[in-house]
Design a protein around this ligand. Structure first.
Ligand code: MG
Length: 406
């Protein structure tokens, strides 16, 4: 038995618990009906983002404290729905409560089966196709932790992601600032899409024979890279919002603001639940002065970001197109993520009618994903299987497999 097979057994034994070529116009998202035109990779032609015509529409939406409160409650409810409490805090920590929740999860898994348990079935369609791998970071490659600065990726995970990238074009798509994600992952051969895809960078020479398009430049380490930032003109605005939000939330214990370049994230994880309402109101209150920005929610986070039609799904579309793989029947994208923001990418894969969308969750959730994995440990198991699947395929077709698995 090889080291890899042993590692896999350990994993599965864990308790189951330049501009975008196809992009001509970006429409300002559901926050508004106005339009902004992309010019050579630069999203907004006006130098003053705040003075876009969209302002009046949005200011009307935020002009009373009653409306503010109603909006913040709406966003809070949406965030809570994405952040279900652990079941023992709902039902107590008894064997019966575990049985109830296990039964609910088992019923949910009939609709969203484990991509690890039925790996061979999942990959039947992928035979002879170019697999492209998209991975969220927090909650997918790393465990969710209280301090977002401590969300380190286990080294075993880094090793397997590196192996995956040896065989398939691989991208990390995260809400985090791109440099922060790179700091955690530290693999130069990957594509990184930070700020929910609004900040994309990859190796200029490409990987696996594929090269992405974008502005050529050098990164901090001197590597040749390509860069695509569809909302670059929003950067000063995001700096401003981050400062104001940090100041206004100072009085709420546990509140934490994270500057993710093209989005500003308010973390609720360490805030007592009775303070969630007041904190959501503060976020909403800052937002009302910035009508070209909008609010989104995730797992115990509210996020302010440019109100442009760009999300993780658009980032997947862009990367596939940029790599010359869109409109291609011989491509099989795999997307793994755990958050509401990943649903946009699942939707894109569903629209392609091929590929594999996988939600990481240990509790039943409404999702567009076809398959599931329980936690980052199972993600690691799935990625191991993916590498072995490719190596076995190479052995069969070329006799060039790199590792022999008895
Ligand atoms: Mg995540």
């Amino acid at each position: 038995m090889t080291v890899r097979t042993k590692r896999l057994s350990a994993v599965t034994a864990e308790p189951s618990n330049n501009s975008c070529p196809h992009l001509e116009t970006l429409i300002v998202s559901s926050c508004s009906s106005s339009k902004a035109t992309v010019n050579s990779g630069s999203l907004v032609s006006s130098p003053a983002v705040r003075s876009q015509p969209v302002l009046n529409v949005l200011q009307k939406k935020h002009n009373s404290s009653v409306t503010d409160k109603r909006h913040s409650v709406k966003w809070l409810d949406a965030m809570k729905a994405q952040s279900p409490p652990r079941f023992h805090s709902l039902h107590g920590d008894t064997p019966e409560s575990y049985d109830i929740e296990a039964a609910k999860y088992a019923a949910w898994m009939k609709k969203h089966p484990s991509a690890l348990s039925i790996f061979k079935e999942v990959m039947v369609e992928a035979k002879a196709k170019q697999v492209v791998v998209f991975l969220d970071y927090d909650g997918t490659l790393s465990p969710i932790v209280e301090d977002p600065d401590q969300a380190y990726m286990p080294n075993d995970m880094r090793v397997i992601v590196k192996e995956v990238a040896t065989y398939f074009p691989t991208a990390i798509i995260s809400g985090r600032a791109r440099p922060k994600v790179y700091e955690f992952v530290q693999l130069a051969e990957l594509y990184y899409a930070g700020s929910h895809g609004m900040d994309i960078m990859g190796p200029a020479n490409g990987t696996n024979g594929f090269k992405a398009k974008g502005t050529q430049m050098k990164d901090k380490m001197g590597n040749d890279v390509v860069l695509f930032q569809p909302a670059s003109e929003y950067l000063p605005l995001m700096d401003e919002v981050c400062k104001i939000l940090s100041e206004s939330s100072k009085g709420i214990r546990g509140a934490r603001v994270e500057h993710n370049r093209f989005c500003v994230t308010m973390h609720f994880r360490c805030v007592k639940e009775e303070s969630w309402g007041p904190l959501a109101e503060k976020v909403e209150s800052v937002l009302k002065d910035y009508p070209t920005l909008c609010l989104t929610h995730g797992r115990k986070v509210l996020e302010i970001r440019p109100a442009i039609a760009w999300d993780k799904g658009k980032a997947v579309d862009f990367l596939l197109s940029s790599l010359g793989l869109s409109d291609c029947r011989d491509v099989f994208p795999v997307y793994i993520g755990d958050d509401q923001t990943d649903e946009d990418a699942f939707k894109v894969l569903n629209g392609l009618n091929h590929g594999c969308s996988i939600l990481v969750t240990s509790v039943p959730k409404e999702t567009k994903a076809s398959f599931s994995l329980r936690d980052p440990c199972e993600v690691m198991g799935f990625l191991h299987h993916l590498v072995i699947w490719k190596e076995q395929d190479l052995e069969v077709h070329t006799g060039m497999g790199m590792v022999h698995h008895p």
